[in-house]
Design a protein around this ligand. Structure first.
Ligand code: PEP
Length: 249
């Protein structure tokens, strides 16, 4: 049985005090769930979030990391720095990193390799732009995003990979892929992985959907057989909304 996951990407929101308040509220209201729950606060608040959530079932994860072990990369954070404060999972390939920080397949590939080499888990994001969907190129595009970054990995590496399909046109826009569109793409992703590796790897990999998931639409999206949970942006910043989404799984 593959893991169900609900992960909250807080992006560049919540200062230290606000982070502590939201974490306290989430901890207090966390339902008993079979899903793994993750939150990704801003870098500067990660260490304190790990301390605050000590003994909690909520895992603190990073929004990004650099591929180098150390060195002259002003403003960047390494895998070792994350591991050293108790962070074992990093989001890699979020569409905002791709769009605003020019992170393409080559850089993302280095990041994934660095994370795995350091024993970290990777939450790898990918998804098409609106033009790709309109022109019917979305399956090809998603296939190439997966292939260029993940298909040269050793089969064993897949136990450390979580996928998040996030159509860019649905992120922070209020527009969601329909549950059928999400299911169609998730099934395609699983088949693509089965063809490149094998059916066991494809069946065991958790595939999250991300893009304007809210309490009102989570249950229907999560009910689809190949959707194993969600990567949540805006709704992860409001404790009651995030809790409702966890309960929907
Ligand atoms: C995201 O940024 O990963 C995301 C899914 O955002 P939102 O839920 O706000 O669309």
């Amino acid at each position: 049985m593959r893991a169900k996951i609900v992960a909250g990407n807080w992006k560049m929101n919540k200062n230290l005090a606000e982070t502590e308040t939201l974490l306290a509220e989430l901890s207090a209201k966390l339902p008993d769930s079979t899903a793994e729950v993750m939150v990704a606060p801003a870098y500067v608040n990660l260490a304190s979030a790990v301390r605050t959530l000590d003994n909690s079932k909520i895992e603190v994860i990073a929004q990004n990391m650099h591929y180098a072990e150390s060195g002259a990369f002003t403003g960047e954070i390494s895998a070792d720095m994350l591991l050293n404060i108790g962070i074992n999972t990093a989001i890699i390939g979020h569409s905002e990193r791709r769009a605003y920080f020019a992170e393409g397949d080559e850089i993302l590939s280095k990041k994934v390799v660095a994370a795995l080499k350091n024993g970290m888990r990777v939450l790898f994001c990918f998804g098409e732009e609106l033009e790709d969907r309109k022109s019917g190129n979305h399956f090809k595009l998603v296939e190439s995003q997966l292939k260029n970054v993940l298909f040269s990995l050793e089969p064993a590496a897949w136990s450390k990979i979580v996928l998040a399909y996030e159509p860019v046109w649905a992120i922070g826009t209020g527009e969601t892929a329909s549950p059928e569109q999400a299911q169609e793409m998730h099934a395609f992703i699983r088949k693509t992985i089965a063809d490149a590796f094998d059916a066991t790897i494809a069946n065991n990999v958790t595939i999250l959907y991300g893009g304007s998931v809210k309490p009102g639409n989570a249950e229907e999206i999560f009910s689809k057989p190949d959707v194993d949970g969600g990567l949540i942006g805006g709704a992860a910043l409001v404790a009651d909304d995030f809790i409702a989404i966890i309960k929907a799984i």
